[in-house]
Write a protein that binds this ligand. Structure first.
Ligand code: NOJ
Length: 731
């Protein structure tokens, strides 16, 4: 008899339900807490899994209770949310997505897994694969942004990174694809609200990332808190049992979200905890996180004949198998056995700085006259606002986020809460030791006091340049952080108006750095700032990375993976819109448009400037007549006409011109990156497997059909900036 069968044959019902229960230590909570003494329950074998505990000391101590003092000695599975780094925090996922580099996505997960495992953990509740097209929703910060194709690539890279080649390795973590599924389109962008979307959108936009994670071998998965078209995901039989376990063969562990099984009562589909436990078990949820519904409800349900011991055993088997795959039975202390060497940690910090630089998105960089005397050689001296010229002797670093080291962490700081983070001011101090830096916050991030504005603006007098750091507090995005007014909080707009007016009156350029977990609605700023940077939340090395970009040590290269709207009324806004029967025509009243704002976003998906100036030419697409098994070779010539080396991200979109159902006006299908020195030219190449041009037909089955498809290549999803060629698909 193998280990798992042997254990199962000896387990009492209470011990089985212990394996299906996960409870929190007091380290961190994201909802109600199960009362009681987990220590005794671990010894009794009635708690088999923990979350929110870190460090080899505490995790090994708990593990010892389970392994050495419980009757069967089954090790604990201990997990934590490691979302964008564990102790060494990296940029938030929304920012990291815009790096468009699978090696980076994988490595940050690998580094986080190493750190987490060194802290005694074996499971992370990541990656978060919720496509978001509504910036009001705070969890936008945790995910890939608006595009499903991109989400698939991130899903694969993250699963590889967290889990490594061997789940049993001392530095591997089980990953958890979450939140299954379609959590992003919550009504009104309001956290935990209902979701009502079409089957087509579900299949085209929200499911592919999860399918990719399953194919990549993700060990666990978490259903979302929300309902989908009336059925809460924690009890969703068609999607959990039929789609996930059935059609996609997922045999890993399904872990409920925090207290979610009990919340089936609030959803109004369960009358009590017994009902709730039955619904979740029937849907295939293996582990009950923090609801205590399985331990209390399933014995009753079993007695009433509403669930069977076989159903319970199937869940226990999956949990034990995961523990076995993680190597926990063989050596429950291998994770956390060895502290990481200081050199490893230092190298990780250096990498975090590199990743943070790459995630910075330069939204705007205006030309201006370098000389204060605008009339003198105006044209010859024209240059962009950034990088800062070396002639800067006095620099104003203003705003409530200028010296806000702990905000740099972002919304999911994991165990990095107490790690020192580098503020913009500290980063600039280190980078520019000879420059006179003047600093004032002006206002707090989010309160009504504007008493400091005048003094902050006055600091601009005589300065050579102004850096104004604005935006959200880290906790204004993430879980339970929806915002109905996702612009600048508090009195920051008043600060921006005063500072920009004062600086511009003297011809002093103002660079605005925005910190946020989402695109913000900032049309006024976008119009007035001389340069505008989306710095999201960049993690432990934020200030150094920002200084590297401001001073021109590196060119920015990050792109936004969510469209930035001009007005909140445009939300949800995303580039892959379907066509209208009455496309926008300013000259025709009865066409698809707003009366008071343009249709297009302020900054489109993929937007992000560099310090280079790239010209695109000579798009080549081979072959022109394409069969399903062909791989289409797409290439374009790029030339850097600027004065600095920079790396450009080139996007490949497609448009199916005539199909059986409406197809998006643009769909991302690839990207490439090319670094070019000033004056250098090169060719960016992207391979497009023709099979990717199949789409879901009227019956939602994939079709690959003859017809014309446009291939569009360029620097963002702004249609006017794309080169296009048409190919013919042959059946
Ligand atoms: C609730 C969140 O929705 C989920 O993402 C997280 O993994 C759990 N809390 C555990 O912290």
């Amino acid at each position: 008899m193998n280990r798992i069968d042997g254990l199962l044959s000896r387990m009492t019902l209470a011990e089985k339900l212990g394996q299906l229960t996960m409870t929190a230590s007091s380290y961190a909570v994201t909802g109600p807490v199960i009362a009681g003494d987990s220590t005794q329950s671990i010894i009794d074998g009635t708690i088999g899994n923990l979350l929110n505990m870190v460090g080899p000391g505490p995790t090994h101590e708990m593990q010892r209770l389970a392994v050495e003092r419980s009757r069967l000695g089954i090790p604990l599975l201990i997990g934590l949310d490691i979302i964008h780094g564990h102790r060494t925090l990296f940029p938030i996922p929304l920012a990291e997505a815009g790096i468009f580099d699978e090696a980076v996505w994988e490595r940050t997960a690998r580094e986080a897994a190493r750190e987490g495992a060194a802290d005694g953990l074996a499971l992370t509740f990541a990656p978060m694969l919720d496509v978001s097209r509504d910036l009001r929703w705070g969890r936008t910060a945790e995910g890939p942004g608006e595009d499903p194709w991109l989400n698939v690539r991130i899903a694969r890279a993250k699963v590889r990174g967290f889990q490594g080649a061997d789940l049993a390795a001392a530095d591997a973590l089980a990953a958890c694809a979450k939140h299954f599924v379609a959590y992003g389109p919550v009504a009104g962008g309001r956290e935990y609200a209902a979701v009502d979307i079409s089957e087509r959108t579900l299949r085209e936009v929200h499911l592919p990332g999860f399918a990719a994670a399953v194919e990549a071998g993700v060990a666990t998965l978490m259903p979302s808190f929300t309902d989908l078209n009336g059925v809460p995901m924690t009890a969703h039989v068609p999607l959990l049992r039929d789609w996930l376990r059935g059609a996609h063969g997922f045999d890993g562990v399904i872990i409920s979200d925090y207290h979610a099984i009990a919340e089936l009562i609030n959803h109004g589909v369960a009358a009590d905890l017994v009902d709730a436990a039955v619904l979740a078990l029937k849907a295939g949820v293996d582990i009950d996180m923090m609801a205590d519904a399985y331990r209390h409800g399933l014995p009753v349900a079993l007695e009433q004949g509403r669930v069977s011991m076989d159903e319970i055993d199937a869940c226990v088997r999956r949990v034990l198998r995961l523990k076995e795959q993680l190597g926990l039975f063989d050596d429950p202390y291998r994770r956390g056995a060895q502290a990481e060497a200081p050199a490893v940690i230092a190298e990780r910090h250096a990498y975090a700085r590199d990743v943070a630089r790459k995630a910075i998105v330069l939204l705007r960089n205006e030309l201006r006259n370098e000389s204060r005397n605008e009339s003198r050689n105006a044209l010859r001296n024209e240059r962009e606002t950034l990088p800062l010229p070396s002639s800067v002797k006095t620099l104003c670093v203003l705003g409530p986020l200028a010296d806000a080291a702990s905000e740099m962490k972002g919304p999911w700081w994991g165990a990095g809460e107490h790690e020192p983070h580098v503020s913009v001011l500290a980063g600039l101090r280190a980078a520019l030791p000879d420059v006179d830096l003047r600093h004032a916050p002006g206002v707090a991030i989010d309160d009504a006091d504007d008493g400091g504005i005048a003094a902050a603006a006055a600091l601009c007098d005589g300065a050579d340049a102004v850096i104004l750091c604005l935006g959200e507090r880290a906790t204004m995005s993430g879980e339970a952080a929806s915002r109905a007014h996702p612009g600048l909080p508090g009195r920051q707009q008043a600060l921006a108006e005063a500072v920009i007016a004062r600086a511009h009156a003297q011809g002093t350029p103002v660079t605005v750095i925005l910190f946020s977990g989402r695109p913000l609605v900032i049309p006024w700023l976008a119009d007035r700032a001389d340069a505008l940077i989306a710095a999201w939340f960049l993690g432990v090395e934020a200030g150094h990375a920002i200084a590297d970009v401001l001073t021109g040590q590196v060119s920015p290269s990050g792109r936004t993976t969510m469209s930035w709207p001009r007005a909140l009324g445009q939300v949800p806004i995303h580039y892959a819109q379907r066509p209208s029967g009455r496309p926008m025509n300013p000259a025709d009243y009865y066409t698809s448009k707003y009366q008071d704002v343009a249709n297009d976003p302020l900054y489109p998906f993929g937007h992000g400037l560099t310090y280079g100036r790239f010209r695109y030419a000579d798009l080549r697409v081979e072959p022109r007549n394409v069969r399903r098994d062909d791989v289409i070779d797409v290439s374009v010539e790029l030339r850097n006409d600027g004065t600095r080396e920079a790396e450009e991200t080139v996007f490949l979109f497609v448009r199916d011109k005539v199909a059986q159902v409406t197809r998006p006006l643009l769909e991302l299908k690839g990207y490439a990156k090319l670094k070019l020195a000033p004056g250098q030219a090169g060719r960016a190449r992207i391979e497009l497997p023709a099979a990717e041009l199949a789409y879901l037909g009227p019956d939602l089955e994939p079709v690959f059909e003859a017809g014309e498809v446009e291939i569009l290549v360029g620097p963002s999803a702004e249609r006017a900036g794309l080169l296009a060629e048409t190919i013919a698909l042959l059946e």
